[in-house]
Write a protein that binds this ligand. Structure first.
Ligand SMILES: Cc1cc2nc3c(=O)[nH]c(=O)nc-3n(C[C@H](O)[C@H](O)[C@H](O)COP(=O)(O)O)c2cc1C
Length: 381
């Protein structure tokens, strides 16, 4: 490897006029896995803490009687709570595929969230009630999440053409991530779609926009990033930061029940499987009896008072994914299951966010020293 960037220690991350102390983003994790507790802890340590907006209303209104209104109220509460708990940088993750996408984006903008991460679909239109003038006037940065250079290009070109404006950066999520994946099942293990392949492709697609607009437009790598050495490698490939999910689940501050976190500690490599989600996308999760029953064709009875996902085929679906994920969040793994990244089996214990960040910093610095020793042996001690 050529040492392209001389990062001795974890560098800052610049997103337009925003400077983040560390280039580490804690990925938004639903339902209720990353809320104000985790997000504020990460923000406090100098990274970006992200609240997942999906299904928050369900935690208050389990019968989904007024799910839509409940989601707005709950998101507003979480943002305010995170802001009370930390003066660091906090973001909100909104899935483009949810029916109340417009409401959630508008709420996060009204609350002046620092960054909006828009995933699970391409954000090619402005939400109802949000004009481009308004978007340009607020301090919120917009960062879409993509799984290919093609998707990044489509978003940036469309925004430029339609709005004469572009997003502030992009997260590129590879096939090793947890949760829903933006890949076809056959692409997941194909080396051509590995994150190491896609990151440089996204960097070259974004480069002309960086030059034209004179902006940093960071490319953030996600999916399977586990150690500080991994962060070092992806920064060398041209990423400006990383987004990590799985590692943050196994922290004291993560908002999931301890039984959810324990799944990560006790699972083995072969327990981490790809499922076909009712959303219509593949997803990575930890196998349990609930998922075994579903894959055997057993239907889990449910009613759907409100179709929360635009793409959910709830009439043929064997279970309600929103409810299953909500159950898992509160530790009921008989009626639910947990999403997890491909490296979840490497988790050995639950630590604090502070400890995790300190470990990542140390590993990053060691990776730099190791590489300089190889490249310039005369300087080796
Ligand atoms: C339990 C769990 C829930 C997730 N939920 C969401 C979500 O609601 N929206 C989203 O865009 N990504 C979601 N993700 C993806 C993460 O934000 C992150 O990008 C990904 O997990 C990174 O890969 P890693 O887990 O290997 O670090 C989820 C991941 C996990 C593990």
């Amino acid at each position: 490897m050529i040492l392209t960037q001389k990062y001795i220690s974890l560098p800052e991350l610049k997103i337009d006029d925003l400077t983040v102390k560390l280039p580490i983003i804690q990925g938004g994790m639903g339902v209720g896995i990353s809320m104000a507790g985790l997000a504020s802890a990460v923000a406090d340590q100098g990274g970006i803490g992200v609240i997942s907006s999906v299904g928050l209303g369900l935690l208050h209104d389990k019968e989904m009687k007024n799910y839509r209104a409940g989601n707005i109220i709950a998101l507003r509460e979480e943002i305010r709570k995170a802001k009370r708990l930390s003066s660091g940088i906090v973001g909100v993750n909104v899935m483009v595929a949810v029916s109340d996408y417009d409401d959630l984006v508008r709420t996060a903008l009204e609350e002046e969230i620092d960054i909006l991460f828009l995933g699970a679909g391409l954000p090619l239109r402005l939400p109802n009630g949000v004009s481009i003038e308004f978007l340009k006037s607020v301090k919120t940065k917009i960062i879409p999440i993509v799984s290919s250079a093609r998707a990044a290009k489509i978003i940036f070109q469309t925004w430029e053409k339609k709005f004469n404006h572009i997003p502030d950066g992009v997260v590129v999520e590879g096939p090793k991530a947890g949760g829903h994946l933006g890949f076809k099942p056959e692409q997941i293990d194909d080396p051509a779609y590995a994150l190491e392949e896609i990151v440089p492709q996204v960097v070259s697609v974004i480069k002309p926009f960086r030059i034209k607009y004179g902006k940093d437009l960071p490319v953030i790598a996600a999916g399977g990033i586990f150690t500080g050495e991994d962060i070092f490698r992806f920064l060398q490939m041209g990423a400006s930061g990383v987004q990590m999910g799985t590692r943050f689940v196994a922290t004291n501050e993560c908002d999931a029940d301890i039984r959810f976190k324990e799944q990560y500690i006790y699972c083995k490599k072969e327990d981490i499987v790809i499922i076909k989600s009712p959303v219509g996308l593949p997803g990575r999760a930890i196998i349990n009896n609930f998922l075994r029953d579903v894959s055997a064709g057993i239907k889990m009875p449910f009613t759907c008072p409100w179709k929360c996902l635009k793409t959910c085929d709830f009439k043929t679906s064997l279970y309600c994914i929103a409810k299953a994920l909500m159950k898992a969040k509160i530790g009921n793994l008989t009626n639910g299951f947990s999403f997890a990244g491909s490296n979840a089996y490497r988790i050995e214990n639950i630590i604090s966010v502070k400890e995790l960040i300190e470990n990542l910093k140390r590993e990053f610095e060691i990776a730099y020293l190791e590489l300089t020793k190889i490249l310039t042996p005369q300087f080796a001690l």
